[in-house]
Design a protein around this ligand. Structure first.
Ligand code: SF4
Length: 193
């Protein structure tokens, strides 16, 4: 059921022209993973590699995200990965507010279909559009927010960890917190690796 609804939504998004990013994209990057995942990772938008392949987090940052997930017992078959905007902002710039506003309804629909219990915001842009504009990732990462039944945690984007190794210590703490929260509220779940 979730898979059918996600597929229907994916087909709709594939033809989307709601914002100007449709003019420069190669592929729409809808998202991927387990349609019944209890843990969902949300980034800001596709980069060059993602745009070319039409899949989320497949470049260097994606490889690191894979390792981060594996370190706490998850993989792409047990979580769901998506972005705030589904088309690449040119030059990897931040998505503009009007682009995010045009696109975020798709993410809301994905969340409504998948119904994750835990949402991890990867980086400042993701956290701001999900939790509020006053979020500062260095100050607010690692703090849980319980919103409308979801447990939401902002943490560093893997690209930030590639740029600055010193951030990895805090990122590791956040990963352990994600695992602990999962074990606390999702124990016995069908989606564990
Ligand atoms: S970024 Fe989102 S709203 Fe804009 S064209 Fe792509 S799918 Fe549509």
């Amino acid at each position: 059921m979730s898979l059918a609804r996600l597929t229907q939504l994916k087909n709709e998004v594939a033809a989307c022209t709601r914002c100007g990013l449709c003019k420069t994209r190669t592929n729409v990057v809808f998202g991927e993973g387990n349609p019944r995942a209890r843990l969902m990772f949300i980034g800001e938008g596709p980069g060059r590699d993602e745009d070319l392949l039409g899949r989320p987090f497949v470049g260097a940052a994606g490889l690191l995200l894979d390792k981060m997930m594996a370190s706490i017992g998850f993989n792409r078959n047990t979580v769901y990965i998506a972005n705030i905007v589904k088309c690449r902002p040119p030059g990897n710039r931040d998505p503009q507010p009007d682009e995010a506003a045009a696109c975020i309804g798709y993410l809301r629909s994905q969340v409504a279909i998948i119904k994750p219990k835990i949402i991890v915001c990867l980086g400042r842009i993701s956290a701001r559009y999900i939790l509020g504009t006053d979020i500062r990732i260095t100050r607010d990462r690692g703090v849980w927010h319980e919103v409308k039944g979801f447990w939401i945690l902002p943490t560093y984007h893997p690209a930030a960890l590639l740029r600055n190794e010193a951030l990895k210590k805090d990122a590791w703490r956040d990963l352990l917190a994600i695992r602990a929260k999962y074990d606390e509220i999702c124990s016995g779940g069908a989606n564990e690796s």
